[in-house]
Design a protein around this ligand. Sequence first.
Ligand code: DGY
Length: 331
Amino acid sequence: MEAVPSVYVTRLIPKAGLDLLRGCAQVKVWEGELPPSREVLLQELEEAEGVLSLLTDTIDAELMDAAPRLRAVSNYAIGYDNIDVQAATERGIMVCHTPGVLTDTTADFTFTLLACVARRVVEAAQYVREGRWKTWGPMLCLGYDLHRATLGLIGLGRIGGAMAKRATGFEMRVLYHDLQRQPIQEQELGLVYADLDTVLRESDFISLHTPLTPETFHMIGAEQFKTMKNTAMLVNTSRGQVVDQKALYDALVSGEISGAGIDVTDPEPMDHDDPLLELDNCVVVPHIASASIAARTLMATMAAENLVAALQGRMPRNPVNPEVLDLKGRR
Ligand code: DGY
């Protein structure tokens, strides 16, 4: 009979995921509201064979070396830029993530954020709360229409594709840029592929859907803001570091672009005195694009299933480095 593996979960996740894990492993959960400190992680992983991690945990080579029994890291996120995947592969540690289950939820939210910025929803609600609403006004809180505007998608993976579908309902013209062209989506949804500069220059709304990699770090900076229309609005639900945040502030203040909605910041959490928080034309929310009850529950079960499979020597449904198991020989 195989021994029950020990697993560390770095935060409370929806119960469905924890129940699933508890049926197959000895589970310890960090129940703090804030992530476990580096010291706690180093100590807890000394004995763990599996870890269910969050994007707030840095899982690097040093941590892996301090975790001699670690065989699997299952990230409760689609993004895995918090994990040194190469170091994991070199050590035979399987890394998994949660693609697919948060696609529509994230696209719903991204579109909502876009609409909030275009139609000045947050500013308008604040206006009412402050008791400044005296009468209906012909010029009050004028914004920009979404319908029939041009949407520029940077990255046409799952979430970018789901954004494109939503955009067709608003009769938007959709431009996209990606490393790979997507001829089927081009045909089915009428998307137009363009180089990055063209997308930046021609779009009324620009939405970022790239993973964070060395290539996408600060992909949108001073030069790119100069290329955008003065009326353009940027939405980011990918990773904060894809945008040079200082350049974003300058572009919003100088009028190089007219608005932004950012769900992700650099750093996270954003400093309370960050100058972006003083701008009416910038909406900042706390990395909640996938935060629906349904999506987070599915993420929990998927992350748990991935971890159990990896620890049982089976190929998980969502491996990042499947070659680890191939190297060891599948069961
Ligand atoms: C992810 O999954 O990478 C999101 O940023 C959080 O759901």
